[in-house]
Design a binder for this molecule. Structure first.
Ligand SMILES: C[S@@+](CC[C@H](N)C(=O)[O-])C[C@H]1O[C@@H](n2cnc3c(N)ncnc32)[C@H](O)[C@@H]1O
Length: 401
């Protein structure tokens, strides 16, 4: 297919170019500096300016919003780029608009900014936007409901939930993102600020830590601590937990049922399955992206039985092998479940299985567009995928009963 030029790609390449200019010409940490520049541009646009202002005006804008952005920038609010380079950076940024962006481009820019630190910790793949939109549409979060992503990364699920609620109900659900990575939380807060009017609450915490464990190590907080004494569980959890990284089963054995069900080696995504169910209220809805082996391998039979005892698994979507390209060709699936009080035997009613045959990507991981699609339209509409056909079917089995 012919390559199409689109504004989103232009925006992402401008950010990459700015990164290169800053890295090549100064000792400044380009991650924070690019965020400062994006925020300055965002605030400038809010005041009716199309161009990135000069350096002192950028600093004045950032200072004006200091309290809002101090956490994001670790307290260093002023631009760090030397004057000699600033004009070059300003030229590269040009009139690229932040507020006029479909969020896909900003997502990609943040992915680019965080990928260096993410690569060090394998299995932290950003979820493609059309997979996220399928999950949101299928669980249909409503105004007043509490929606959580306990491994939120750049808060992409929550940002999508915000847009979905505003478009469908004129109001978003309440949004809570947690991540143990400081940088992920900072990016999530930028996304919350410029993509959701600050509506996504983001906290840095080890989501796998259980209240029972806290009794032993009092200094560590849990999600329950952060939510306060009236918390009885979330209505919806949407998440893509890390696929890789074993933990020692021993340290979780007295806290997690699934830790006792598996052998000595314990994969973190298995713990996240149990953690998500525990964080939901009864009747709460879960969409969780998992490596295919959790659905297909004999090794994880007991984990599936645990899930079937503690929830009703309503649907499974097997994603195409190209879905996570160019990062990995590992096959993944999404499980959709509704929390139930623990039952004596696993739930045996119907589970709806779907297989996605159109990835929205080519075999080298670049986007595959639908015929006549506008490449600047949101990925869910523009890409050649079939998840938008599957989502309404899942919604009909997730939200009724
Ligand atoms: C695969 S990424 C998810 C990214 C995000 N859902 C997205 O699609 O953009 C997994 C995230 O989980 C976070 N994470 C891993 N273990 C965690 C833990 N124990 N507590 C909180 N966050 C964790 C990582 O820092 C990473 O940001």
């Amino acid at each position: 297919m012919a390559k199409r030029h689109h504004h989103g790609a232009d925006f992402v390449s401008r950010i990459r170019r700015m990164q290169e200019v800053i890295m090549a010409n100064s000792g400044v940490d380009e991650f924070y500096e690019i965020i400062r520049l994006i925020l300055a541009k965002y605030f400038a646009e809010g005041e009716g300016q199309a161009d990135l202002p000069d350096k002192s005006e950028c600093d004045a804008l950032l200072a004006k919003h200091g309290p809002e952005i101090a956490f994001i920038l670790d307290g260093v609010i002023e631009l760090q780029t030397p004057d000699a380079i600033f004009e070059e950076v300003r030229r590269v940024f040009g009139t690229a608009s932040i507020r006029g962006q479909d969020f896909t481009a900003l997502d990609q820019a943040f992915e680019q900014l965080t990928s260096r630190s993410y690569k060090a910790d394998k299995g932290q793949y950003f979820t493609p936007r059309h997979v996220i939109d399928m999950c949101v549409e299928a669980v249909d979060p409503k105004p007043g409901e509490m929606v959580c992503d306990p491994a939120c990364g750049s808060a992409a699920f929550l940002k999508a939930t915000h847009s979905y609620g505003n478009a469908k109900y004129k109001q978003s659900a309440e949004l809570y993102g947690f991540d143990y990575s400081h940088r992920a939380c900072q990016v999530a807060k930028v996304v919350s600020l410029i993509g959701a009017n600050g509506a996504i609450k983001v906290d840095q915490v080890d989501s796998l830590r259980l209240p029972e464990q806290t009794l032993l190590a009092e200094s560590e907080e849990t999600i329950e601590d952060l939510m306060g004494p009236d918390f009885v569980g979330f209505d919806v959890i949407l998440t893509n937990p890390p696929f890789a990284g074993d933990v020692s089963a021993e340290s979780f054995a007295n806290a997690y049922d699934v830790a006792r069900a598996t052998g000595k080696r314990l994969e973190r995504d298995v713990l996240f399955i149990e953690r998500c169910i525990r964080l939901l209220k009864v009747g709460g809805r879960l969409a969780i992206v998992l490596p295919d082996n959790k659905i297909s391998s004999r090794v994880f039979r007991d984990v599936r039985l645990w899930l079937g005892k503690n929830s009703e698994i309503r649907a499974v979507v097997s994603l195409h092998r190209y879905t996570f390209l160019p990062y990995t060709s590992q096959k993944a699936a999404v499980i959709f479940a509704v929390k139930q009080p623990p039952a004596l035997s696993p739930y045996h009613a119907e589970v709806h299985f779907y297989r996605s045959d159109l990835a929205g990507k080519t075999s080298n991981g670049s986007p595959a567009y639908r015929a006549k699609a506008d490449p600047d339209a949101p990925a869910y509409q523009a890409l050649d995928h079939d998840l938008d056909q599957i989502a309404p079917e899942i919604r009909s089995v997730m939200c009724v009963r």
